[in-house]
Design a protein around this ligand. Structure first.
Ligand code: GAL
Length: 380
């Protein structure tokens, strides 16, 4: 056996032996089939608690697994890559039987995944695809390209260029718009931005939409770690650099509610939303309660709702299938190439939420209560 191969095996062997020492479900990734749920642990690694959607995701996955009798090790990484690597390492050494991971940086966990594979621990990529590793076994998410199309479409509907049914609207333009994208290290960003730009491009080409700042490349419009403050800063800079000639922003493409709130704050600080200076049409994603209130109050235009309860169900189904030595059921085996392999996926549908849809889509389905929407705050 070559030295290189032995070195490569080293960390995996360490993971295995440590796992074997810790008892319980330790190192049992390979033979979980006959164990009782109470003897099996699922490690759930979530990126951050600053966004309420990840708190809801983490809680939903944990409580659904616990209701089935499994043990759950749920960790949040504070949007810090080394912390997430460490937490996943620890889950492996403590003998997790399955890992469910929503990565901060989709390429940063390769060595952890190698150790997981060596210990025969199946890995489920949660909402954000882990890239550059063959050791990702399944992916649960939404149709991320369609999210982008929905955001682009909502911008067009908000501006009156399209009607909700997709027919041509009465507005003529031209309109000034600005573009925001998510974090470039998140695999979803390219799908959201790509879907949105494919939808907006014909209107940009026709001169109906003008990106006044001329910032249109993913690198120019990205928002590291999806941070609200970063988006607010960039919107402030855009207003000073491109709109100090008396012109107005009519629409802003935003990929996520936190970013939308940063954008809206910058606009309000610059006098938009009072007097004749109407706030532009601002899109969003995740149906976060603070943004649902803004949509209800006519401040934010829309969001894209992704039901995290259903995503948690799919993660639980996939985890359980692996624990029972079965293949989880995929509904997409073509789209999500992570650079090394196409990862089988279960993709859930999405829904655009304008003010008129809040009741039917979010309140009637029990996602938020009417009181929470009015307060702009989650109860629990
Ligand atoms: C993405 C996710 C979005 C949003 C964003 C920021 O990966 O698909 O729904 O939550 O992260 O957290």
């Amino acid at each position: 056996m070559s030295r290189k191969f032995l070195v490569a095996l080293g960390s995996a062997a360490l993971a295995l032996s440590l796992a074997a020492c810790s008892g319980g479900g330790a190192g049992s990734g390979g033979d979980t089939g006959d164990k009782k749920p109470g003897d099996l642990t699922i490690g759930v690694s979530m990126p951050t608690q600053t966004s309420e959607r990840w708190i809801a995701d983490g809680n939903a996955v944990k409580s659904k697994l616990e209701a089935k009798g499994y043990k759950v090790d749920l960790q949040y990484a504070g949007d810090d890559i080394p912390t997430q690597s460490q937490q996943v390492d620890q889950m492996i050494t403590q003998g997790a039987d399955v890992l469910v991971i929503a990565a901060i940086d989709g390429t940063a966990l390769s060595s952890q995944l190698q150790a997981a594979a060596a210990a025969k621990i199946p890995v489920i990529s949660y909402d954000r695809l882990i890239r550059g590793s063959k050791d990702v076994d399944f992916y649960v998410s939404f149709d991320n390209y369609k999210v982008g199309v929905a955001q682009g479409t909502a911008l067009l509907v908000g501006l009156g260029l399209l009607n909700k049914d997709g027919s041509k609207g009465t507005a003529k333009g031209p309109f000034n718009i600005e573009l925001f994208a998510g974090s470039l290290d998140d695999n979803n960003t390219q799908y959201f931005f790509g879907g949105a730009m494919d939808t907006l491009k014909p209107f940009v080409d026709a001169g109906t939409l003008k990106v006044k700042s001329k910032q249109t490349t993913p690198e120019q419009v990205a928002t590291l770690r999806w941070q609200q403050e970063t988006a607010q800063k960039r919107m402030e800079n855009l207003l000073t650099s491109s709109y100090n000639d008396g012109s107005k922003v009519d629409g802003v493409l935003s990929p996520y509610d936190g970013i939308s709130r940063g954008i809206i704050t910058a606009l309000q600080n610059a006098g938009y939303g009072s007097g004749a200076k109407k706030l532009p049409v601002v899109t969003g994603q995740d149906a976060e309660i603070a943004s649902i209130k803004l949509i209800n109050d006519g401040v934010q235009n829309s969001t894209v709702f992704k039901d995290t309860r259903l995503l948690a169900d799919q993660a639980v189904n996939a985890a359980e299938a692996f624990l029972q030595k079965k293949e989880p059921q995929a509904n997409d085996t073509k789209t999500y190439n992570n650079g090394v392999k196409v990862v089988p996926a279960y993709l859930l549908p999405i829904a655009t939420v304008y003010k008129d849809d809040i009741k039917a889509t979010l309140i009637d389905s029990g996602y938020w209560t009417a009181e929470e929407v009015a307060a702009g705050q989650a109860k629990k």
